[in-house]
Design a protein around this ligand. Structure first.
Ligand SMILES: Nc1ncnc2[nH]cnc12
Ligand SMILES: [Zn+2]
Length: 355
């Protein structure tokens, strides 16, 4: 259903356009080609019904019925990650891939409870991911922030425990943000108020976000803002159902971290063209474009940009606006934002003939 052709000039422009990714689950970058070798390396037995090789697994990933169907595979995938080097290797593979896609700044999620529940320490997981982040800065000049997410399908007491055990990592600024993910609908944001308050009490600079408005309605978005103190929202596409909320997001510059390919693969929309992104642009609701779980959804960040171009055919000026708002909505400091904004200006002026 592509309406607009991604010419070589458009592709070059969108590749070079400086990008910030704010909605990327590191565990969601586990490609089948790494999953099977890690399972073998660590002696992890996969369920009998699990696909037997990378090709079969890719095929399975083409047919998710919904978020829960995907999550069932995602959590099985997590089981092959055991050692600090596994976490490092996983994240490093991601940074290597996106370093050639114009990615400049990444605020990445991870799910500590999907590992600590298997006896792997929070320190091992975090250290592996942190090492990859440091290397991404050194080798690719990609700046990063680490965001730990709470699994909302687990009991709140367990979520409080993982927050408490993360205290030193939050205090020291190794963990920069707190998020909330997993099955959305039966687990509304109000259940997690105490978790967010506790985490924030460890470090006032901790940034807060939450998945909302992917499966859940606009009230999930509103309650994440009002009750959890989130300053941005992951997904949030169903905000469009509430005109007052749309006005609030625009007035308060609350960014939505949208994930086009994910929304198609998890049947939130049938096609990328159904996403309310033009409404967001017209109403000045800031959003960034992200890949969510790219190994599962068939594309990394650039593919998401190209997919949107092919459906919406936005002009260079619109892409400039999107690039700028995704920098403004980032949690990096003012100096880094200035650097990134001037990189955007340089790329925009490099393509004078692009409409
Ligand atoms: N898209 C998504 N929604 C909720 N939880 C997730 N965990 C990993 N990806 C997720
Ligand atoms: Zn997500």
């Amino acid at each position: 259903m592509a309406k607009f052709e991604c010419t070589s000039e458009v592709t070059a422009f969108l590749t070079e356009l400086p990008k910030c990714e704010h909605h990327l689950h590191l565990e969601g970058t586990l490609e089948p080609e790494l999953l099977f070798p890690l399972a073998a390396r660590n002696g992890v037995e996969l369920p009998d019904t699990f696909p037997k090789n990378a090709d079969e697994l890719h095929e399975t990933y083409n047919n998710f019925a919904d978020l829960q169907d995907f999550l069932n595979y995602y959590y099985i995938g997590c089981n092959v990650l055991i050692k600090e080097d596994d976490f490092f290797d996983l994240a490093w593979e991601y940074f290597k891939k996106v370093s050639s896609q114009g990615l400049k700044h990444a605020e990445v999620f991870y799910d500590p409870q999907s590992h600590t529940s298997r006896g792997i320490s929070l320190k091992v997981v975090t250290r592996g991911f942190e090492r990859a982040c440091v290397k991404a800065q050194e080798e690719f000049n990609i700046s990063t922030k680490l965001i730990m997410c709470l699994l909302r399908h687990l009991p709140v007491e367990e979520c409080l425990e993982i927050v408490a055990s993360a205290k030193p990592l939050i205090e020291s600024g190794v963990i920069n943000g707190l998020g909330l993910d997993s099955a959305e609908r039966p687990f509304p944001p109000e259940l997690f108020v105490e978790c967010y308050e506790l985490a924030k009490s460890y470090n006032d600079a901790l940034q807060l976000t939450a998945h909302a408005g992917e499966e859940g309605g606009p009230d999930f978005v509103t309650n994440s803002l009002d009750l959890l103190g989130a300053t941005r929202i992951d997904h949030g596409v169903r905000s469009v159902e509430d005109p007052e909320l749309i006005k609030r997001l625009a007035d308060q510059k609350i960014m939505l971290t949208v994930c086009p390919l994910s929304n198609v693969k998890l049947q939130v929309v049938k096609d990328v063209s159904e996403l309310p992104l033009q409404e967001f642009l017209d109403n000045n609701v800031p959003f960034s474009i992200n890949s969510d779980d790219p190994a599962y959804f068939g594309g990394y960040i650039l593919q998401n940009y190209l997919e949107l171009y092919s459906r919406f055919g936005w002009s260079k000026a619109v892409w400039e606006k999107i690039a700028k708002q995704s920098i403004e909505g980032s949690w990096c400091d003012a100096k880094r934002k200035e650097e990134l904004l001037s990189e955007v200006a340089a790329v925009v002026s490099k393509y004078p003939n692009l409409a």
